[in-house]
Design a protein around this ligand. Structure first.
Ligand SMILES: [Zn+2]
Length: 845
């Protein structure tokens, strides 16, 4: 459930699939399950001898009373498990607390998560089972309940001999030393993560329990675990590059400190709320079996906090008065966080309180400083949600949550905040707002500006921990010209959701004089609606299915009355409204405005990036950032071509679910490509950049041309254009599309002007890409791509025929133009291209 804020999903959304597959798939909150091999701890039970309590827990024992009472006798740790807790479910959450330098994980991050329960075994032993919720039958009185139970046997992951009974005989004392000290798949690092880090066997002589603390609903086990490591084996010193962990590389060993929380799940699970595809909540999915249903029903229920009015306020709540929740959501700020940023991180959290008012709660969420002087509190304690601050070079932040797998109730959250998030924020803001905000024009921003940037990311990550998914469709609810309307945009914000990846108002022009209020994203109408949908109680409805019925109806009404509430998921494939890093309802206009600003930024960079001790690194870095932004803009426009809008509706709602993008919009997108990409973007080839950072104009241009062309003349897009034009009222067919594209690429054939080196490359790339479509190389390059679900088949379509007709005509145009072309290089080029076209048109490979 990690959500990375920095991922640039430029070409993620590709065509080439059936429209129905575009549908946003709900409930994708993946849970990790242990693999089937049994942990080393689960030894065959031997006949145990149960001793008197005093002879096991001797007078030298150090005892801590809590959920499990913990006794330490010499170097052994014992748990006293009350019989009342047998069969009760626990979450076992294992986190790293300290990791080796440059390891891909940091203190506070999750290493393992399991749902466990204790059970009396047959041989005077206690068994530990892992509960895996894939199938469920809610009603224990139904016959099928038994069938579900018998076909979903929970694995026994450990067995403990009972050493003694509790003094009051209502519990069992077991030795847990080796269970926690040694390696297993339940409370140690998840095997997949171990493999990723290239960890070998556990070094048992260098692994031990540091301490065990116990509280009312949780028991906390701190361990030190060492593993062997093959030097040079790789293992990810950076999250996204496979470099060895330096400590392992140098010494052959790596050591982690871990904390495992045993957290008691509520006896009565919170009431579930069923997932609705039209509202962006994380959800858990499982199959529900009932006696009456013909087949198992796939059900998903959302992940959210338990917010309830105090019993004495219930009547007020029902009357619609704002009340405080029984237990507010509290986030603590890691004391390792630099002091000057704390108020902003806290504001980002407190900003959500307004949204909860729409669900009927006031003061529902708040941020607090970690009480450093309170020695009874531990940041690893599962009862506390903490925003952790990591001193690491990663430019990222994430907002996971720990929830009850039976009900979706969020129990705690540890947000990860990496120091270098600020670097990322700096670069975004300079690139996107440098043209309109003078404060963005330096390498180190003023604290107030950086603080506000931090506040925005804090809000976004907190949104995830409240259960909210990304809504990349949010920005599309804003008409493009409103982004330039000072009064409107300052009042309404540039995007209706903080859960979009809509960074800053890059559409606004300097002459619009828009202040930060209209530049920054903030919690918007969609977010408030989503919180209302997920958290507003229907106090008299205690059956989730009945509640679902009511909500389905009221949600339909609400969405029909306010189209701004449309949920666009994490990038719906094919739908140009659902994109990251974009703004407005019009990608073409927005990108045109964006490029106008990028040109200003490019001119400013040499001055803005100046620092005394810097040798052009700033300039080079920021140049790349501007270029990347330009490529983003192109990506937004490309998604318009052969696009398909998806509006999820229930059977009872009227209107189309799938609507092709209009011909006019698609033609507008092709026109953009002609103007902004095919006409060489010379503004990117600034002479200062060539002088100062050694820019190669030819390489830069080629890279851009390649990237755009491999999308717009790919098999996937061409096939999709044919498919979309079949279902469109005003179709944009493939012959017209190819003609429009060529108008931008081959304009010199009409004007008879010289074709310069950039354009010669462009024309060659175009022919190359078409060749790959109809004659794919051995690797089938054109027909496969990460973004394709169905492999398109060019051979079984009209694509090749259209391309061949088109190329035959292009050849004629070239031959007609050749005699009147005066530039020598242009003539050679065109003769070469004629040969290439002949080769494509011949049937020989
Ligand atoms: Zn996110």
């Amino acid at each position: 459930m990690k959500k990375y804020i920095f991922l640039i999903l430029l070409f993620l959304a590709g065509p080439g699939l059936s429209f129905a597959q575009m549908k946003h798939r709900g409930g994708g909150a993946a849970r990790k399950y242990p693999s089937t091999d049994s942990p080393k701890m689960a030894a065959t039970p031997v006949k145990a001898v149960i001793k008197p309590f005093e002879s096991v827990i001797t007078s030298s024992a150090v005892t801590k009373v809590g959920l499990f009472t913990v006794h330490k006798v010499d170097d052994k740790y014992y748990f006293e498990i009350p019989d009342s807790l047998l069969g009760r479910e626990f979450l076992a959450i294992t986190r790293y607390t300290k990791t080796p330098g440059n390891a891909p994980f940091y203190g506070g991050e999750l290493a393992n998560e399991q749902t466990l329960y204790w059970e009396k075994g047959p041989n005077k032993n206690l068994l530990l089972r892992v509960s895996i919720l894939v199938n469920a039958s809610n009603d224990t009185t139904q016959a099928i309940y038994k069938a579900v139970q018998t076909s979903n046997l929970s694995p026994i992951v450990a067995s403990f001999d009972i050493q003694a009974y509790s003094k009051d005989k209502n519990g069992s004392v077991i030795d847990v030393t080796d269970f926690f000290r040694l390696d297993n798949q339940v409370v140690s690092i998840d095997p997949q993560l171990k493999q990723m880090m290239k960890l070998g066997m556990m070094a048992t002589d260098r692994s031990y329990i540091q301490r065990i603390n116990t509280f009312s609903i949780n028991t906390e086990v701190h361990t030190v675990k060492s593993f062997t490591f093959q030097p040079g084996a790789g293992g990810g010193s950076d999250r996204f590059e496979s470099l060895p962990i330096p400590a392992g590389d140098r010494t052959g060993a790596v050591t982690f400190e871990l904390n495992t929380s045993f957290l008691l799940l509520p006896k009565v699970p919170m009431q579930k709320r069923y997932f609705d595809e039209r509202v962006g909540f994380f959800a858990d999915e499982y199959s529900l079996y009932t006696d009456s249903s013909e087949s198992a029903k796939k059900l998903a229920y959302v992940v959210r906090w338990r917010l309830e009015p105090k019993p004495e306020d219930m009547d007020k709540y029902k009357r619609g008065e704002l009340v405080e929740p029984n237990k507010p959501i509290i986030y603590y700020i890691d004391p390792a966080t630099p002091k000057k940023w704390r108020p902003y991180l806290m504001s980002g959290i407190n900003d959500w309180a307004k949204a909860f008012e729409q669900a009927g709660f006031k003061n529902a969420i708040m941020a607090k400083e970690w009480p450093v002087n309170d020695t009874t509190m531990s940041m690893e304690d599962a009862r506390y949600s903490v925003l952790r601050y990591f001193a690491s070079p990663v430019s990222n932040a994430y907002g996971p949550n720990i929830h009850d797998p039976r009900s979706g109730e969020i129990l705690e959250s540890h947000i990860g905040w990496y120091h270098n998030v600020m670097k990322m924020l700096h670069d975004w803001y300079m690139v996107q707002a440098g043209a309109i905000d003078p404060k963005a024009r330096k390498m180190t921003f003023d604290d107030e500006l950086m603080g506000q940037l931090i506040r925005f990311v804090s809000s976004h990550e907190i949104g995830h921990t409240l259960g909210l998914e990304h809504n990349f469709g949010a920005s599309a609810a804003t008409p493009v010209e409103k982004l330039r309307d000072k009064a409107w945009v300052e009042e309404n914000g540039h995007t209706v959701s903080i859960m979009d990846y809509a960074r800053f108002n890059y559409v606004a022009q300097p002459e619009d004089h828009i202040s930060e209020k209209g530049i920054f994203p903030r919690i918007g109408v969609y977010d408030k609606w989503a919180i209302e949908w997920g958290y507003k109680l229907l106090p008299d409805v205690t059956d989730p299915a009945a509640e679902q019925k009511i909500l389905l109806k009221s949600t339909s009404t609400r969405l029909e009355s306010d189209p701004r509430l449309w949920f666009g998921g994490d990038g719906i494939i094919g739908d140009p409204r659902s994109q990251s890093e974009d703004l407005s309802d019009n990608p073409v206009r927005a990108s045109d405005y964006g490029i106008k600003n990028l040109k200003r930024v490019m001119k400013g960079l040499p001055e803005w990036t100046k620092e005394e001790n810097d040798f052009q690194e700033n300039l080079q870095h920021m140049y790349k950032a501007v270029e990347a932004e330009y490529m983003n803009f192109n990506g937004h426009v490309l998604k318009v071509i052969s696009g398909m809008y998806l509006n999820n509706k229930t059977d009872l709602q009227k209107g189309a679910v799938f609507t092709p993008v209009s011909r006019e919009s698609q033609k507008g997108a092709v026109d953009y490509l002609s103007r902004q990409v095919f006409q060489t973007p010379k503004w990117l080839l600034d002479p200062v950049m060539i002088d100062r950072i050694g820019l190669s104009p030819l390489n830069e241009t080629k890279k851009i041309q390649e990237q755009v062309m491999s999308r717009c003349v790919s098999a996937a897009v061409l096939l999709n254009i044919i498919a979309c034009s079949q279902v469109s009222k005003d179709p944009y067919g493939l012959p017209e599309y190819l003609k429009d594209i060529e108008h931008g690429i081959w304009g010199e054939l009409d004007t008879h002007g010289a074709i310069d080196i950039y354009r010669r490359n462009l024309q060659k790339i175009y022919l190359d890409k078409l060749t790959i479509v109809i004659k794919p190389n051995a690797a089938g390059e054109a027909r496969q791509g990460a973004f394709l679900i169905i492999e398109p088949s060019v051979d079984e379509s009209d694509v090749a025929s259209y391309i061949k007709i088109d190329l035959a005509e292009l050849k004629k145009r070239i031959q007609k133009a050749l005699p009147v072309m005066h530039d020598r290089m242009t003539r050679y080029h065109l003769m070469d291209l004629t040969k290439r076209i002949n080769k494509i048109l011949s049937d020989k490979d």
